[in-house]
Design a protein around this ligand. Structure first.
Ligand code: PXP
Length: 247
């Protein structure tokens, strides 16, 4: 069974669109609350909750991650940049896992994953710190052999293969080529003993193909679920995607 990590960042995006300047609670009037949403996602079948605490705090706030840590019953996956400040925060917060993602242009590969090859020492420092603290690290990388091999070399236990180039490719030869890259990436990572996750741009349609990738452990999905939830409610949105992942 493929596990589902629900990325709830866009719930916070919606809240911040109106309440960026408001005090933390504003008399209890602030909606939508990402922590309440996370609990509903779990009740609907999510296997974990993912949030990206960005350096610019554009959606998820520090208070959210601490409330999530105290509240959710599944696993908390913290997406973060490879910086000393975020490392310090993660070591205090103790999420179940961290996923290292690029935030500045220099850290990004051609397709948009974290360029582990170009940032080897910085990434390694975070992986070492997390391994020592018993927190699993996942590297959000393109399905490229050099990135995958280096993830293994620097002792990251997990990778999350970036599915964005696949999801954005026009249907036909271009999409098939990206799917093949992902397939080979999954095989390579699995051969090396890495746990294989994937994410970005996965939706209710392309899941039919994405779910056939070999060795998938977990998919991290955000935008499509939040968008569907506007029409069906979050419970149905999570249930339906989970059913499509594991028909
Ligand atoms: N995985 C990672 C590492 C991400 O940063 C994101 C959010 O961009 C996702 C998965 C989820 O992507 P989406 O919102 O397109 O489903």
């Amino acid at each position: 069974m493929i596990l589902l990590g629900v990325n709830i960042d866009h719930c916070a995006t919606l809240r911040q669109a109106r309440y960026r300047q408001a005090p933390a609670t504003a008399g209890g009037a602030i909606e939508p609350d990402p922590v309440t949403l996370a609990v509903l996602c779990e009740q609907a079948g999510a296997d974990g909750i993912t949030v990206h605490l960005r350096e610019d705090r554009r959606h998820i706030q520090d208070r959210d991650v601490w409330r999530l840590r105290e509240t959710i019953a599944t696993r908390l996956n913290l997406e973060m940049a490879c910086t000393p400040a975020m490392t310090e925060l993660a070591l205090k917060l103790k999420p179940d896992s961290v996923c290292l993602v690029p935030e500045s242009r220099e850290e990004i590969t051609t397709e948009g994953g974290l360029d582990v090859v170009a940032n080897r020492d910085r990434v390694r420092a975070v992986v070492d710190a997390m391994n020592a603290a018993g927190i699993k690290t996942s590297l959000f990388i393109d399905p490229e052999e050099a990135q995958i091999d280096l993830a293994k070399k620097i002792s990251a236990p997990w990778v999350e293969l970036h599915t964005g180039a696949y999801a954005n490719a026009p249907l036909g030869a271009a999409r098939a080529k990206e799917f093949q890259r992902l397939r080979l990436g999954c095989v390579r990572a699995h051969e090396l003993g890495l746990t294989v996750n994937a994410g970005h741009g996965i939706n209710y349609v392309n899941i039919a193909e994405v779910r056939t990738l070999p060795h998938l452990h977990e998919l991290n999905i955000g935008h499509s679920i939040m968008s569907r939830a506007l029409f069906t409610g979050i419970t149905e949105a999570v249930r339906e995607l989970k059913a499509r992942m594991n028909p």
